[in-house]
Design a protein around this ligand. Structure first.
Ligand code: MN
Ligand code: ZN
Length: 340
């Protein structure tokens, strides 16, 4: 079968590799129909993703149609449309024992630490394979994973009906966080430095947007919250400065969700955290959020079609990577289609 392999930084090839076979009774073979290209795939391609090892079959956002199942598989059958959760955990470390398997001490992510889903076929354990109950557009089966990031952030930030939420950054992660927050009944104000992205955010459901290169964010937040200050902040900008600003902007008893993976320190003012008794939580990958996203796709409360900028055939991976790198501000999600 064909697969997309990053041999080493800046060297990507369509390679021929053996089609996976059922090895364990709970294995499921999925014929991939679509995948989403993520910022972290770009990081693997250009050598800036510190978690990745080479060579690697990339892709952690993918879904398709069940081709074959092992003897013990009961949740799906051949022909079913599914999305595959790339998170693989050990099941017995501290994090796994308390139900937080997405931060397992020996966590492996398909497409990062082990081979991933930009391939014609993938083998995954039954527990990672999640069923669509309706006949859903095959282009979007690979877009469940990016929305699970939004669900995880909402769970970590305990975002619920009536909350006022600041989402910093209107990139793909910011957009999924916003849509899930809106679905949960929150009001969302989003920031960016690119006007087109904010226009897109409004069209995808954001209540208000702030072009931070031209407007005063603090003033807008006070207005948005009737002078109370913003109680929930999600930082998808992930810079030392945006983290510092979050701690400064949050109102007393506020909650902040951070997603940054950079290894650079931030100059946080301790007194802001203590005096306001802020809750600051990290959010990584997803903790069993696939079924919630699929339900949202199927009932129309979450919109993968709005996240997709364009689709490419997988054989045109170089063109897709080029578009993302040359026009990062115009792209939310590029979908790769696996068909001849
Ligand atoms: Mn991703
Ligand atoms: Zn574990």
């Amino acid at each position: 079968m064909k697969a997309i392999k990053v041999i080493e930084p800046f060297k990507v090839e369509i390679v021929d590799v053996p089609k996976p076979e059922i090895q364990k009774d709970d294995d499921v073979i999925v014929r991939i129909t679509s995948g989403g290209i993520c910022g972290s795939d770009i990081g693997i391609y250009n050598g800036t993703n510190s978690l990745a090892t080479y060579p690697r079959l990339i892709g952690h956002e993918f879904g398709g149609i069940v081709e074959e199942v092992g003897k013990a598989v009961t949740s799906v059958k051949p022909g079913d449309k599914v999305a595959v959760d790339p998170v693989i955990s050990c099941g017995h470390c501290y994090a796994c024992r308390i139900g937080r398997h997405n931060v397992c001490s020996t966590l492996e992510v398909m497409g990062v630490h082990r081979d991933g889903g930009f391939a014609e076929y993938v083998c995954a354990p039954q527990e990672n394979v999640h069923l669509f109950h309706k006949d859903f557009d095959e282009s979007f089966l690979g877009l469940v994973e990016p929305f699970t990031i939004g669900v995880e952030v909402n769970r970590r930030g305990q975002i619920t009906k009536g909350d006022k939420v600041l989402v910093m950054g209107a990139g793909p992660i910011g957009m999924t966080v916003m849509q899930v927050a809106k679905r949960n009944g929150a009001q969302v104000i989003m920031t960016d430095i690119v006007k087109e992205r904010l226009d897109k955010a409004l069209s995808m459901g954001a209540d208000e947007v702030v072009l931070v290169s031209e407007e005063n964010l603090e003033e807008r937040l006070m207005k948005f919250t009737d002078q109370e200050g913003i109680p929930v902040i999600v930082d998808t900008v992930c810079s030392p400065a945006s983290f510092e600003q979050s701690v400064q902007l949050a109102c007393p008893a506020g909650r902040i969700v951070v997603l940054g993976l950079k290894n650079v320190p931030s100059q946080i003012v301790m007194a802001d955290i203590t005096k306001k008794e802020l809750t600051i939580v990290g959010s990584r990958l997803n903790n069993h959020c696939f079924d919630e996203v699929i339900a949202g796709f199927e009932d129309g409360s979450l919109h993968p079609e709005q996240l997709m900028t364009r689709a490419y055939n997988y054989k045109d991976i170089m063109e897709a990577l080029k578009e993302i790198q040359e026009h990062p501000q115009d792209v939310l999600k590029i979908v790769l289609k696996f068909e001849d």
